[in-house]
Write a protein that binds this ligand. Sequence first.
Ligand code: AQP
Length: 412
Amino acid sequence: MSGLRKPLMLTGLQPSGPLMIGNYIGALKDWVGLQATHESLLMIADLHALTVPQNPEVLRRRSFEFVALFAACGIDIEKSAVFMQSHVSAHTQLLWVLNCMTPMGDLQRMTQFKDKAGRRAMDAQVGLFDYPVLMAADILLYGADLVPVGDDQRQHMEFTRRMARKFNSTYGQVFKIPATCTPRTGSRLMGLQDPATKMSKSDPNADNYVALLDPPEVIRRKIRTAVTDSGSEVRSGASKPGISNLLALYAAVSGERTESIEARYAGKRYAEFKNHLAERVIDFLGPIQKRYRSIAGDWVLLGEILRHGADLARERSETTLARIYEAIGLVTGRQDDRRISSPRGSTRGQPPDFPVPSPARALPKRRNAMGTEETKELSTSATAATNADAECLSDCCVCCCCDTEEECRMEE
Ligand code: AQP
């Protein structure tokens, strides 16, 4: 070990549908490679998944399925922390702080919101509208050096950077400005039935994607029925979105270059190409599915992975959250923690500048409107009086409790 801290990567996947081959090629494969050079925080974004309706049982089962599939795809749980977003409360705590700084107009302009809400923006859930703010909170909490996201998340990353700069310029340097990392071009797979739209795990039509756990016969059927284009040549091109997409899938699972695949299938029929592609995909997913089966039933292991990941994520995120709370003027300290942080600038042994009731202190007298003396209550809300009293004993002429300089001196 060099002793040097590796750069930190933070990334996530929503359990909004079964993990599918597009997620592997566009995300998981890169994460596996990045483990060698980065400390990795891999989040299962279950709170983000709630932005569209979820069946509770399915969501819970799928969340565990994701953990097992991450491991089966090569995520090394010794090197990477895998955690559930909902297990780390700092995410939603920072979400609120950022919400209070986010103009509605910024969120209204987000392409993903417009796409998902469609024409019924006013009927869309607030969570969907607020999705980018939670994403910004996820990222900024960890000061990640690298945040691999798909190109459809580019706008959300820009928003995150803008929020970080805005916060820093208002409250001081707290956030690191994150860099984006988008997958290499060509790694975006499109729907099998609709090559004009991205292959998505939450697609209601399961024939549009190949799930990582699809059995061989299902994979064969999905690829056999995938939409192709007019003509018969197995060639990539703008006028052939269906075949181009299948060629991209072939290239991804075989590691071959598209040109050499095209050359091999020159003069051959679509059906033959599709049959071979299906077998390639089955061979590619076979080892992942085998590893998955050996891990999936081990609830102790899966629970342990999540516990370990959440501990690491909490440790890091709570430190950042405390700095954020302090910067914006909140009194920091957990409810179960007797220590309350002292305010900025105060040093050990000196009183903090938030109200502290002091029963031992003599209550000052003050004159009321009738000219008679009354005892001034030192309530916890009388912060100003507490601070002014302290000044009264030093060099002021007339403090807030006394009407004349002489009276003030007598108090002293
Ligand atoms: N079709 C795809 N091709 C390549 N990469 C893809 N990714 C998603 N679809 C493709 C990558 O997988 C990660 C998923 O991130 P996410 O779970 O936050 O959701 P997403 O980007 O919106 O992906 P999905 O699968 O389409 O989810 P739903 O259906 O819930 O919206 C990202 O890194 C993405 O690039």
